[in-house]
Ligand binder design. Structure first.
Ligand code: FAD
Length: 405
């Protein structure tokens, strides 16, 4: 029977030590999952440091859509393995994560969009991911409330249907990984900002914080939207640009859709939570910024676009709107591993608007990397060196600018 542990401490405050085997910067899903899987591999002398509260970054601001229907031979197996880990994560972490495997429709409104979805369906099937093309009648059967836009601009011509996709309670995932890591021996230190690095030549030997230096055998940055600022502390410029991403949620309604819907042409994605709220999101703000301010302009855009797909929402009130930061990489794929010429330091970044779903496999892979010193096969194409060699992953086609989750 699942335990909720409402009275128990999620993690135990402990005095900060002056040295750890591993220091992880950033207590989002990636930092905490890495800490958790490290403890499973026998490394327990770990500190996870965050400049804010646990989950303050993009992880607890995510719309928490999980899927594996990407387009590249590198991306599909990686996200497929993450989705598999999510399927049993509530049991593994003994915490109710409210995982709902509701399925997803990526809608195609033009011949070229449908062609792209067909290519994805073929690649997905070849690589063991359940997705296929369905037509308007089947779409209407699955989502009776949808406006197929017959005779209008951008009619819904087809969809990529991906039954194993789903959603999960994002902040619960963060808390549960934090609790799991803590129970395995890792220490979690909120409100402990990393302001610089300790170095011995090209080797990183620890981090600098306002409460003093902390020495470490290995340092991992899992700071997503702030990754460039961390790399800059080491004097390195990485090809990541930070953009805000906004989302909003309506008042609760009786259940009326049980799929996540995404339309690159209509610049919007939408689903209904178990609480009845309708979550609505779109593309990143078009300018780089570290601002967490939500804008009326984006709320109006999202509202207009979702009504083109679900006109039944026209009288519904928006309850909340929020913003998080996304570390966009040029090829829409992650950057995992060492930085050129720096020893003792790794980075897991480039998670953009798609990184929440990658938390479990991203953390597991980085933990294996740190313990063995060998790059796991699943992430061998995601090194920073690909921007030098030109072997880009090019996941953008499965993450079209407007509906990239
Ligand atoms: C609105 C929105 C919706 C999204 N929807 C989805 C979705 O549906 N599906 C999906 O897969 N992805 C989605 N994403 C993307 C996803 O949320 C992120 O890619 C993912 O959560 C990144 O996780 P992380 O652990 O790498 O970073 P974060 O969760 O951002 O954590 C980084 C942490 O680093 C800390 N930090 C930064 N600098 C320092 C420092 N100097 N010292 C100490 N700590 C520091 C921050 O305080 C922060 O807590 C969405 C993002 C947003 C903003």
């Amino acid at each position: 029977m699942m335990q909720l542990f409402r009275k128990d401490r999620m993690w135990t405050p402990r005095p900060l030590k002056s040295r750890y085997d591993v220091v992880i910067i950033g207590a989002g899903v990636h930092g905490l999952a890495t800490a958790y899987y490290l403890t499973k591999l026998g490394i327990t002398d770990i500190a996870v440091l965050d400049k804010s509260y646990i989950g303050a970054g993009a992880s607890a601001r995510s719309t928490a859509i999980l899927r594996a229907n990407y387009i590249t031979a590198e991306g599909i197996p990686f996200f497929r393995e993450s989705l598999k880990l999510y399927e049993t994560l509530s049991q593994d972490l003994d915490f109710n994560l409210m995982f709902d495997q509701m399925g997803r429709l990526d809608l195609g409104h033009t011949d070229s969009a449908v062609y792209g979805l067909r290519v994805r369906a073929e690649f997905n099937q070849m690589l063991g991911v359940d997705s296929s093309i369905i037509g308007p009648d089947e779409i209407k059967d699955l989502v009776p409330a949808i406006n197929l836009r017959t005779g209008q601009t951008l009619p819904i011509m087809a969809a990529l249907y991906h039954p194993p996709a789903g959603t999960i309670r994002h902040d619960a995932v963060v808390w549960a990984y934090g609790r799991g890591a803590d129970h395995g021996g890792a220490q979690i230190h909120p409100f402990t900002e990393v302001t610089g690095f300790l170095r011995d030549g090209n080797r990183v030997t620890g981090v600098q914080t306002p409460v003093g230096p902390i020495h470490a055998g290995t340092v991992l940055s899992a700071t997503a939207g702030w990754s460039s600022t961390i790399a800059a502390m080491l004097g390195i410029k990485i090809p990541i640009v930070t953009h805000p991403l906004q989302a909003m949620v309506t008042e609760p309604l009786k259940p009326f859709i049980d799929k996540t819907l995404s339309s690159a042409n209509l610049h919007v994605y939408v689903y209904q939570t178990d609480r009845g709220e309708v979550v609505i999101g779109g593309g990143v703000d078009p300018y780089p910024s570290y601002s967490h301010r939500s804008t009326l302009h984006q709320m109006q855009d999202l509202a207009a676009h979702v009504l083109e797909m679900l006109p039944c929402l026209r009288e519904v009130k928006v309850m909340r709107q929020w913003t998080g930061l996304c570390d966009m990489s040029p090829d829409y794929a992650p950057i995992m591993g060492p930085l050129d010429g720096i020893e003792g330091f790794y980075m897991t970044a480039g998670w953009g608007t798609w990184g929440f779903k990658a938390g479990p496999i991203g953390g597991k892979s980085m933990a294996e990397f740190i313990v063995t010193g060998k790059t796991p096969d699943l992430i061998k194409h995601f090194g920073l060196d690909r921007f030098r060699t030109g072997r880009l992953v090019n996941e953008r086609a499965a993450a079209p600018a407007a509906a990239i989750h």
